[in-house]
Design a protein around this ligand. Structure first.
Ligand code: 5GP
Ligand code: ZN
Length: 115
C-alpha cells in the first residue's frame, strides 16, 4: 500500500500536512476541512484500511492509537472541556479515506446523535 492511498502519502510526507504529533508508529495532523475548532486525525503510519481490516495482532497498535488520541486532545487543550473520538467505517459509516483514522474533535459542545 502506498502510492494510491492519500493517508499513506501524508504519513510518508509526500503530501504535506499540519502535524501535531508524530512518532515511529503514529501521525496526528489537522483535518483539512475541520468540523470543530479542534479537529485532528490520528493514523497508524502503516496502512490499515479501517477497523474491519484490523487484525488481532494489531490489538496493541489500536490501543496505542487510542492513547495517542487522548494525548493529542490534552496537548491541544480540549482534554478538560471534553472531546469526541470517531472512526468512520465503510460506506454507511461515512468513511471517505480508506486508511484507518481516528477523528479527534473538540473545542465546542458536540451534538448527539451524529447525522
Ligand atoms: P472520513 O470521512 O474518511 O472519516 O474522514 C476523512 C477526513 O480526511 C475528512 O475529515 C477530510 O476532511 C480529511 N481529509 C481529506 N483529504 C485530506 C487531506 O489531503 N489532508 C488532510 N489534512 N485531511 C484530509
Ligand atoms: Zn494507506
Amino acid at each position: 500500500m502506498g502510492e494510491d492511498c492519500l493517508f499513506c502519502r501524508i504519513a510518508s510526507k509526500e503530501i504535506p500536512s499540519n502535524v501535531v504529533y508524530e512518532d515511529e508508529q503514529v501521525l496526528a495532523f489537522l483535518d483539512l476541512n475541520p468540523q470543530a475548532p479542534t479537529h485532528v486525525l490520528v493514523i497508524p503510519k502503516r496502512h490499515v484500511a479501517n477497523l474491519l481490516d484490523a487484525a488481532p495482532t494489531q490489538q496493541d497498535l489500536l490501543g496505542y492509537l487510542m492513547l495517542k488520541c487522548a494525548e493529542v486532545a490534552r496537548q491541544l487543550g480540549i482534554g478538560e472541556g471534553g472531546f469526541r473520538v470517531v472512526a468512520n467505517c465503510g460506506p454507511d459509516g461515512g468513511q471517505t479515506v480508506g486508511h484507518l483514522h481516528f477523528h479527534v474533535l473538540g473545542g465546542r459542545a458536540l451534538t448527539w446523535p451524529p447525522g
